[in-house]
Design a binder for this molecule. Structure first.
Ligand code: BGC
Length: 392
């Protein structure tokens, strides 16, 4: 059977600057990841631009990416570094010439050290510094862009940085986390208005991380409900101006009452017999449940800004693409306006606090030499992305 997607459907891939470029004075530099790697080198993207541009083009006609704030702006309200600008102009111009359309992400977890030292997102008086950066990006690079994510996953960012203590600044304080989300939402509204003023035709949204929180037993019922409200309901309710509902989806997390994942409780997940990837329980149907939930709630067109599977077994990645894209196709048939799908990730990169051995890429990276190699899933996805059809 052939599942045909609408002609206007946008297939793409996604990366984030700090996960693929060599770290430069940002708040992840030298963080020790769970797999033992130090965040001092990622994939040398800036040295392999031509090759990566060709790989990006080969995968899909759309690309979701970001720029490294710390490289572009060396001090609060400072002018953009010209050589960093030239570098990004080269990248964006080449992608344009290759016919690749850009979804630009303005903030994807990392901040310049100078911003972090001033209290980062905890401090509302720092917001104008980010707004200054964002406005400069819009003016310098906006002409290359088709659509925007102001913030990548405000819920996950605040949760990991200020509740779980897994991301910089490694804190555990629910009240500060709430303040952070409010500051992000305040900044979002300002940038939304600015982009609309400069490029009225550009679509602007965020990427909200969707996770299905369920109860494994009676004891898990309340924790799952509370986490769902704190993570899935409250943060996103603060973002008022959205042209589309951007969402990422990777996982279901059951509670017993504690969260069950392959990262922290691998024996439990194995015992449960449920399918899982290297990080979480694998439950593709959850994507449908989340699309339905937010379509009902926001009534905005949906774009899947990130989706993928953490595995070094590429046959599982191909199966995941089939599972997830069938679900997206069915959702469109059932009347949910899904307009795009960006696969995470174009190539294996540095998976934040877990490290580079956690792999999501359609292209692989040899860790010693940083040479790229194509996985079978790359060809599989590219055929779908350019043919706008999935054979099942
Ligand atoms: C993040 C990515 C990350 C991916 C896989 C998303 O939440 O935006 O940066 O690599 O999940 O964990």
């Amino acid at each position: 059977m052939i599942l045909k997607f609408p002609e206007t459907f946008a297939f793409g891939t996604s990366t984030s600057a700090c996960q693929v470029e060599t770290p430069f004075q940002h708040d992840w530099v030298n963080v020790k990841a769970r797999d033992g790697h130090i965040f001092d080198r990622t994939t040398d993207h800036e040295e392999k631009l031509d090759e990566d541009i060709e790989n990006i083009r080969s995968l899909a006609p759309n690309y979701r990416m970001g720029l490294m704030w710390s490289r572009l702006q060396r001090e609060p309200f400072g002018p953009f570094d010209r050589s960093a600008c030239q570098h990004y102009h080269y990248l964006l111009e080449r992608l344009r010439l290759q016919g690749v359309r850009i979804m630009m992400v303005l903030h994807h977890f990392a901040n310049p050290l100078w911003f972090a030292r001033l209290g980062g997102w905890e401090n509302p008086s720092n917001i104008p510094m980010f707004l200054d950066f964002a406005r400069k990006v819009v003016n310098e690079f906006g002409a290359y862009v088709m659509s925007w994510n102001t913030f990548n996953e405000p819920n996950l960012y605040a949760g990991m940085g200020w509740i779980a203590g897994e991301f910089p600044p490694f804190k555990k304080n629910l009240f500060t986390a709430t303040r952070v989300v409010r500051n992000l939402a305040g900044a979002h509204e300002e940038i939304y208005t600015y982009i609309k003023h400069r490029f009225p035709q550009h679509a602007v949204g965020i990427s909200h991380n969707c996770t299905l929180f369920t109860a494994e037993n009676f004891l898990g019922y309340l924790p799952a409900k509370v986490v769902d409200w704190c993570y899935m309901e409250y943060p996103v309710s603060l973002f008022k101006s959205l042209d589309f509902f951007g969402m990422s989806y990777y996982a279901k997390i059951a509670h017993d009452p504690f969260p069950i994942t392959n990262i922290f409780t691998p024996e439990k997940i194995r015992k449960s017999g449920k399918p899982h990837d290297d990080m979480w329980e694998y439950y593709p149907q959850g994507l449908r449940e989340c699309m339905e939930r937010y379509w009902k709630q926001f009534e905005k067109p949906i774009i899947i800004t990130e989706n993928g599977i953490c595995t070094s077994d590429d046959t599982k990645r191909i199966q995941a693409l089939k599972d997830y894209l069938s679900i997206v196709h069915k959702a469109i048939e059932d009347g949910i306006p899904v307009e795009g799908y960006y696969h995470w990730s174009a190539w294996d990169n540095f998976e934040w606090s877990l490290g580079p051995s956690y792999q999501f890429g359609l292209y692989g990276i040899d860790r010693l030499t940083n040479t790229r190699f194509k996985k079978q899933s790359a060809d599989f996805y590219s055929k779908i992305a350019y043919g706008k059809a999935l054979v099942v």
